[in-house]
Design a protein around this ligand. Structure first.
Ligand SMILES: [Zn+2]
Length: 274
């Protein structure tokens, strides 16, 4: 099971109302599936249909890393690559949104792109579309050999039924973690006030989450409940919500991530805990 995890917003609000000096935090968990919404329940019994507005890939990647920690190498390799593919799909969607002047209602565009088999039909097409849009939107070229290596390790394990070696899966997960981290922060734009570089991917994700929620019959009529349904998880391991004051700072961070010697176990240990 791929676990979703956050802090229960209901418990947080209740505790703020009753005693501002003592914040009560409960862990809220659910299962990430193919459905848009996650039914999450807290240890105090609250239940919310949450739309994972940060995307599913942070949770799938966390699952891959934890599986590696537990020695489940097939699970680690398969879900690691699934996280990468989920990010690629989201990136393609967000790129389309940006290049069509960021329409207010993102859902029809999302559905149109999602059902376009020429772009989203299989892994090879997804990589092609992603590589092209990545270059177009970040000005940075994907290193083809590095990327092919990732998908070869995965193909050998998944399709050729090769018994996975811990060292190969470690390499795959580290490469995926680094790529996802860098990709999510590379795509920034200058704010009008010029003070910070703003992340576009989270902006798109928020728009998509809101549109999907409004279209769904799971949306609440209560404003606070809607905010709860769109709560961002507190336990994400990726740096895609960081703010950078200028391009140099952003480039330094990218350089740090790409050159850092790290293994999958250490990344797994660094997943924030509630
Ligand atoms: Zn609660």
């Amino acid at each position: 099971m791929i676990e979703y995890e956050t802090i229960c917003p209901k418990c947080l609000i209740q505790s703020r109302k009753s005693d501002i000096s003592h914040v009560h935090i409960s862990r809220m968990t659910g299962e990430v599936t193919d459905a848009d919404f996650i039914k999450a329940t807290c240890t105090d019994g609250h239940s919310i249909n949450i739309f994972p507005r940060e995307g599913k890939y942070p949770f799938i990647l966390a699952h891959a890393l934890r599986s590696f920690q537990a020695g489940q190498l097939y699970e680690a390799a398969a879900s690691g690559y699934a996280a990468l593919e989920d990010l690629m799909k989201l990136f393609i969607q967000a790129s389309t949104w940006v290049s069509t002047d960021q329409p207010k209602d993102v859902k029809p565009l999302y559905d149109k792109v999602a059902s376009n088999k020429l772009v989203m039909g299989n892994s090879t097409r997804i990589i092609g579309a992603y590589a092209y849009l990545y270059q177009l939107n970040t000005g940075s070229i994907i290193q083809q050999r590095k990327f092919e290596k990732m998908s070869h390790i995965r193909d050998d394990i998944i399709h050729a039924a090769k018994i996975p070696q811990a060292s190969d899966v470690n390499k795959l997960l580290v490469a995926i973690y680094k790529h996802v981290s860098i990709a999510t922060i590379r795509w920034y734009h200058s704010a009008d006030n010029g003070r910070h570089l703003l992340p576009w991917l989270p902006e798109y994700k928020m728009q998509l989450a809101t549109a999907a929620l409004m279209e769904s019959d799971l949306a609440s009529n209560n404003t606070q409940e809607i905010i709860n349904q769109l709560t961002q998880s507190t336990t994400i391991l990726l740096p895609d919500m960081q703010l950078f004051s200028d391009v140099n700072e952003l480039n330094t961070r990218i350089e740090e991530i790409s050159t850092k010697e790290i293994d999958a176990i250490t990344i797994a240990e660094n997943i924030p805990k509630l």
